[in-house]
Design a protein around this ligand. Structure first.
Ligand SMILES: NC(=O)c1ccc[n+]([C@@H]2O[C@H](COP(=O)([O-])OP(=O)(O)OC[C@H]3O[C@@H](n4cnc5c(N)ncnc54)[C@H](O)[C@@H]3O)[C@@H](O)[C@H]2O)c1
Length: 510
């Protein structure tokens, strides 16, 4: 096995040795004893990814009425070559995620360096020391065929492994708070039996001390309000028994801004789990609807975005109508309806499917093909046509490329033998797509482009002047706007410069 973990900036971190693990356990024990003397409760956050690393800082940042930290937080990250680097990076007070939210580096520095009540580790032993474990590891849905989400399933193998580790180590009165997005039924039918099994093996009487398991899902948005979207936002929770619910309420009330955003308690973990996947399915369905209408609008000369604004004036009932775009990316909307659909049969033995949610995932997954249709309305044969895609992350002003619709766009353009260059100021490497160099120089990216696709609305792209874009291409490229990133006056300037312009949902341009 590779014994080096490579950070995105190219720094190499050797994986820990057995001798370092022994030393680490001593450090963990001594820190914990010291912190308990200060009256602090001890928390572990399992999984220091996009959610866990920032959630860990929010917990560490919580203070009592005297301004003293309530908790000491051990962040736990498995030491795989892919992720181990996060541990030394965090322990230097640096966030392992890039974000446009200035509060992210501030809160890491405050908790790791100034208050020194957050530290990351890879050692499972840490779970023996804590009062609460917040589970923020990933749980994926696998979609075996493109555009056929109905065949999707959830492989619980790694998730079960993470939970089993907790069962092998935690104290019987430790609260497990599952924040991972899980198929409905997971806490009751997967987590609880594993913990009961491991407790029983350890001689713990589960009739006297039943496992304490709660569920509260994250609604984090890793954009400009990354930290606030965890701390200053509504939360839903439940637990497998009354004590779990009480402990969860107390914990969340200590760390979140519940005065302004009171908690919503549901009466069963099935309900809390269902709530998460249903709210994301609702969003996925809302977006899927817009593509159908974007196509219609394009054919009858209508600007769908102006129609959308008109409809959204109906505050309270219609103001959350979403917009069509290149497609839907990110970790959640692309998988959560699949988790729910899979759970119906796999965890509850029910027949039937969540047809509307699954159809929406299929529409959203294949949405980037519509942008290719739009290009082909102007350039029928894309063979050796040079296409520059501006933006490969799935969201504006963010470097996260997971399930980015730009990937589908690039792959299908290449199937048509187009010559594709990609540019993104926020993305260093694009691990999901082989042998694709993400350029950072706009001049190099645009040089020779016959088609320029505005795929993501990064601020840098919105500020581009048409005359500069056209000059950098050295020709009169087809401009394609995937989600109303270009105003009518900018479009008029491109057309004056001799460019054709098209856009998703922009029927009025023709
Ligand atoms: N990213 C988002 O915007 C978002 C929003 C809301 C909810 N969620 C949900 O939160 C959960 C986590 O998402 P994420 O985006 O942080 O995922 P992620 O892949 O960025 O992070 C997961 C981390 O957990 C680590 N990990 C996995 N198994 C482990 C184990 N057994 N022990 C210790 N570490 C382990 C991984 O190495 C990784 O660093 C998912 O269920 C996701 O659906 C994500």
């Amino acid at each position: 096995m590779q014994n080096i973990s490579l950070a995105p900036d190219g720094t190499k971190y050797p994986l820990p040795t057995d001798a370092e693990a022994i030393e680490e356990r001593k450090i963990l024990k001594s820190i914990t004893e010291e912190q308990r003397k200060k009256g602090r409760k001890i928390v572990a956050v399992q999984g220091l990814g996009f959610v866990g690393c920032v959630m860990a800082t929010v917990v560490a940042d919580a203070v009592d009425e005297k301004g003293e930290p309530i908790y000491y937080v051990h962040g736990h990250q498995r030491p795989s070559p892919r992720s181990f680097w996060k541990i030394p990076v965090i322990n230097n007070g640096i966030p392992p995620v890039s974000s446009s939210d200035e509060e992210v580096p501030e809160i890491f520095h405050r908790c790791v360096v100034e208050k020194q009540n957050f530290r990351a580790t890879w050692e499972d032993y840490v779970y023996e020391l804590v009062d609460v474990v917040v589970v923020d590891i990933q749980l994926d849905a696998t979609k075996p065929a493109f555009g056929e989400a109905e065949k999707g399933f959830c492989d619980l193998y790694a998730f079960r492994g993470g939970i089993r580790t907790l069962g092998q180590h935690i104290k019987p009165d430790c609260l497990i708070l599952v924040e991972t997005t899980v198929p409905p039924g997971t806490c009751e039918k997967v987590v609880k039996p594993i913990i009961e099994e491991e407790f029983t093996k350890r001689g713990i009487d589960i009739t006297k001390t039943p496992p304490l398991i709660a569920h509260s899902y994250e609604r984090v948005m890793p954009g400009a309000k990354y930290v606030a979207s965890i701390r200053d936002f509504w939360r839903v929770f439940s637990g497998v028994n009354q004590k779990s619910r009480d402990l969860c309420r107390e914990f969340l009330s200590n760390v979140l801004n519940v005065k302004k955003y009171p908690l919503t308690e549901l009466d069963h973990t099935n309900a809390s789990e269902l709530s998460k996947v249903m709210e994301n399915s609702y969003r996925a369905t809302n977006i899927a609807l817009t593509l159908e209408w974007a196509r219609f609008a394009e054919q009858i000369g209508v600007d769908l975005y102006k129609v959308r604004e008109a409809i959204r004036k109906r505050e309270g009932t219609h103001d959350n109508l979403l917009r069509p775009s290149l497609g839907v990316g990110g970790y959640c909307l692309t998988k959560d309806p699949v988790l729910a659909n899979w759970a119906m049969n796999a965890l509850f033995g029910l027949e039937g499917t969540l047809d509307m949610a699954i159809r929406s995932v299929n529409i959203n997954d294949t949405m980037p093909l519509h942008t290719i249709e739009i290009i082909k309305q102007v350039i029928e044969n894309l063979k050796e046509t040079q296409v520059t895609v501006l933006g490969v992350s799935y969201l504006e002003n963010l470097g996260d490329t997971r399930h980015s619709p730009s990937k589908t766009l690039v792959e299908f353009l290449r199937k048509e033998f187009a010559l594709v260059k990609v540019h993104d100021p926020y993305v260093e490497v694009w691990p999901e797509i082989d042998e694709t160099v993400v350029l950072h120089d706009l001049g190099e990216s645009l040089s020779g482009a016959q088609v320029v696709v505005f795929a993501v609305g990064h601020d840098e792209y919105r500020k581009l002047k048409p005359e500069d874009v056209v000059a950098m291409t050295g020709g009169k490229p087809l401009i394609v706007d995937c989600s109303n990133f270009l105003s009518d006056s900018i479009i008029a300037q491109y057309r004056k410069l001799g460019c054709e312009v098209r856009g998703v949902g922009k029927g009025h341009i023709k």
